[in-house]
Ligand binder design. Structure first.
Ligand code: ZN
Length: 317
């Protein structure tokens, strides 16, 4: 805008009613949020650009669409931007994405999310699942030293699926009809070393073989594995040929030799459950995604657990 036009606009501001002023502020704030989102999305992207279609590195700037820089590949001639090929491609209202990252961090129910973001229910739902799809792969690749393992269970839920329930729908977040392990519970193996590296796995079945399949590829051969000493865990440790320190919690034993315990992994499990509970029922088919977000959120502490870092993490995966 030219200087003279700006002066006219600024002059006009004094004539606004209070409501009109609030509308202008809202518009400006939305614009600022969009710029902030785009900065995060594109941050560092120009350093190592390559075409998401053919991986060629010869690309040129090619205008911009909805605030995002567009590029054209000199190899395949296709155009792309920083979000092409990610679950967030072509999602609208970027100005609200930072807030959406915060909504997931805070574990808001869909209704609360609609209120905070001021969007419709279908939009809130679509955003939740597009965002959830992002960091599934943030998973510890190696666990070393003292490694605590624990199995925790989640109620099987086919929320959002209308067909094939095979039983009367349960009220959201209800209780399993049978206690403990059953077809109604989804077993999740959580393993964590003392550096805070965490991996978790949804198991088809909570037996030794499934635990071994999940854990063996990432567990160091000289790791010392601590568990609650369940039969399955003990058998899994034997099969993996790692040292095992079972901690018999039911007998009141919490720590062996001052260092062998499962308190870190148990604390992780309760943070995970607390966070998941806030969503008021999580469909089992999305559990994997929620586990991924929690792993990512749990790694961030204090100041780094802000919406910008979360959005950055989500789009960089
Ligand atoms: Zn290309």
């Amino acid at each position: 805008m030219r200087q003279r036009e700006l002066a006219v606009l600024m002059n006009g501001l004094s004539k606004l009613t209070r409501t009109q002023r609030q509308m202008v502020v809202a518009e400006l704030t939305a614009g600022e949020h969009k710029v902030a989102s785009i900065e995060v999305i594109e941050g560092g992207a120009s350093d190592h650009l390559c075409c998401p279609h053919c991986a060629a590195e010869r690309v040129i700037k090619y205008g911009s669409v909805d605030g995002l820089q567009r590029y054209k590949c000199q190899g395949c001639r296709k155009s792309f931007n920083a979000l092409t090929g990610t679950p967030l491609a072509r999602l609208r209202m970027k100005g609200k994405w930072l807030e959406q990252a915060a909504v997931l961090r805070d574990g808001l129910s869909l209704t609360k999310a609609m209120e905070r973001l001021n969007v419709s229910r279908p939009t809130a739902f679509r955003w939740r699942h597009r965002f959830l799809a992002l960091p599934k792969t943030v998973q510890a690749q190696a666990l070393t030293g003292i490694v605590e393992g624990d199995e925790t269970f989640f109620l099987r839920s086919s929320k959002g699926q209308r067909q094939g329930l095979g039983r009367t729908p349960r009220k959201r977040g209800g209780k399993a009809e049978k206690r403990g392990t059953s077809k109604e519970q989804v077993p999740v193996l959580v393993a964590r070393d003392r550096s805070g590296n965490t991996a978790d796995f949804i198991l088809d079945s909570d037996d030794a073989d499934h635990i071994v399949d999940a854990l063996k590829p990432i567990l160091a051969t000289d790791a010392i594995f601590c568990s609650d000493g369940s039969k399955a865990m003990a058998a899994a440790a034997r099969k993996m040929k790692v040292a095992h320190r079972p901690v018999n919690l039911s007998a009141g034993i919490r720590v062996i030799g001052g260092v062998y315990h499962v308190q870190n992994v148990n604390a992780y499990d309760s943070r995970l459950k607390d966070w998941l509970r806030r969503f008021k029922g999580v469909a089992t088919r999305y559990l994997d995604s929620y586990l991924g977000w929690h792993r990512a959120i749990d790694r961030m502490t204090g100041g780094s657990l802000n919406p910008a870092s979360l959005l950055a993490m989500a789009v960089r995966v």
